[in-house]
Ligand binder design. Structure first.
Ligand code: AMP
Length: 397
């Protein structure tokens, strides 16, 4: 079955056409600057990227251009759009309403609209993608895959905050967690790769990218995760602060004469390793280069990040009363051997030892701990699009 996977942002849209039988990507790309001017990047498997500048006043024109590119005589990936038998959409926030992926229908759309308050920037864009696809590809079954769904198995002790309980009852203020598609995919891959029975396993997944989160997966089910009501909580990230003393919000607002939106903008966009390094970069490659040249703030930012990851691993080993295996995934998790080494240095008490030669490899599922390490440590490349494709096929078939 050919499945189109759509990840719609407010001014961008990523897509992949995947053959679910072979799990090969047939074509992929993205639309950028939707509503501003418009640029389509399209790449058929085995071919070079094509970039087309064209007006995209709305997501409708963007998706129309993607569909045209997919059937283009020269570089199209299919002869006819009728070959696309299903569409999988990424949805950021499913609140407490969605514990798993669902077939898209009117009732489901209404329920996602009700979660919009929890993700005001993302959910409306995700819904726009759904509506445009319904208009342009009527009759094609569509599935919604939620970033939050995998974490819905957390027990109340992990998701209830130390706030007046009425805020949970009235407004559903609680920990939700994000990157769920990745945590779900990687935990399953990790168990398979190591030959573990996932139903009797204690796994920790470290999704370390521009946004980062860690999750504790007990017997295949998420029991805790570092992101919260929003993706701001948890680890120090590229530009997000991660967890801080909430009183800092008031303190900075007064000192810098900022309103609540101003402080939230600082916490989301000007903090993290970017903020610590006085705006040097949010990209770990730049920070590693700067640290190698002696930049003290870059060294500090990298060490804060690794220390944070190690603390979450320790916390989740305690939460599960042990850990069988740890996976590193996403941009930094997959490509940052120095970060992995620094994290592992804190974990000697768990009997963890890395094989430094294997730790330098990249691009495939790889066990990077030594044979005598008490806990297996692996690099498992994430693939959220493939995970969405698998979920879509499972529901549509
Ligand atoms: P993601 O959000 O998963 O796409 O991850 C993006 C981040 O991964 C970038 O901002 C970098 O910080 C990091 N990254 C990518 N490649 C490397 C690399 N070779 N070494 C260290 N960090 C990397």
């Amino acid at each position: 079955m050919k499945v189109l996977v759509i990840n719609c942002g407010s001014s961008s849209l990523k897509y992949q056409l995947i053959d679910s039988d072979s799990e090969q990507v047939l074509a992929k790309g993205l639309c950028e600057r939707i509503g501003i001017d418009g640029r389509l990047t399209y790449q058929k498997a085995g071919c070079d990227k094509e970039i087309t500048e064209a007006a995209m006043p709305s997501h409708k024109e963007a998706i129309q251009m993607v569909l045209h590119a997919l059937v283009n005589d020269k570089t199209g990936a299919v002869k006819d759009l009728a070959e696309i038998e299903a569409i999988g959409h990424r949805i950021v926030h499913g609140g407490e309403k969605f514990e798993s992926s669902v077939i898209i229908n009117d009732e489901m759309i209404q329920a996602v609209e009700e979660c919009t308050e929890l993700a005001p920037l993302h959910n409306p864009a995700n819904l726009t993608g759904i509506r445009v696809c319904q208009e342009l590809m009527p009759g094609v079954p569509m599935v919604a895959v939620f970033d939050t769904a995998f974490h819905q198995t957390m027990p109340p002790k992990a998701y209830v905050y130390g706030l007046p309980y009425e805020y949970y009852e009235k407004y559903r203020v609680r920990r939700y967690g994000f990157h769920g598609t990745s945590h779900s995919f990687v935990s399953k891959e990790l168990a398979n790769f190591l030959g573990l029975d996932i139903n009797h396993s204690k796994l920790i997944v470290c999704h370390l990218g521009n946004g980062s989160s860690v999750s504790a997966v007990l017997n295949g089910k998420c029991v805790d995760t570092s992101m919260g009501l929003t993706p701001l909580e948890g680890l120090v990230m590229g530009t997000r602060s991660g967890s801080i003393d909430p009183a800092i919000v008031e303190f900075i607002a007064k000192k810098e004469n900022l309103d609540i939106d101003g402080v939230m903008n600082v916490l989301n966009k000007k903090s993290g390793v970017y903020g610590i390094t006085k705006g040097l970069s949010s990209d770990f490659r730049d920070l590693e280069d700067a640290a190698a040249e002696g930049n003290e703030l870059a060294k500090l930012a990298l060490s804060i990040f690794a220390y944070d990851v190690a603390k979450y691993i320790g916390a989740y080993a305690a939460a599960m009363n042990g850990v069988d295996a740890i996976a590193f995934t996403a941009g930094i998790g997959e490509n940052g051997p120095d970060t992995r080494t620094e994290v592992a240095e804190y974990l000697g008490y768990l009997g963890i030892k890395l094989d430094e030669e294997k730790n330098q490899m990249r691009g495939f599922n790889n066990k990077i701990s030594t044979e005598d390490s008490k806990v297996a440590v692996c690099v498992i490349p994430t693939n959220e699009e493939l995970a969405i494709c698998r979920e879509t096929v499972a529901l549509v078939k």
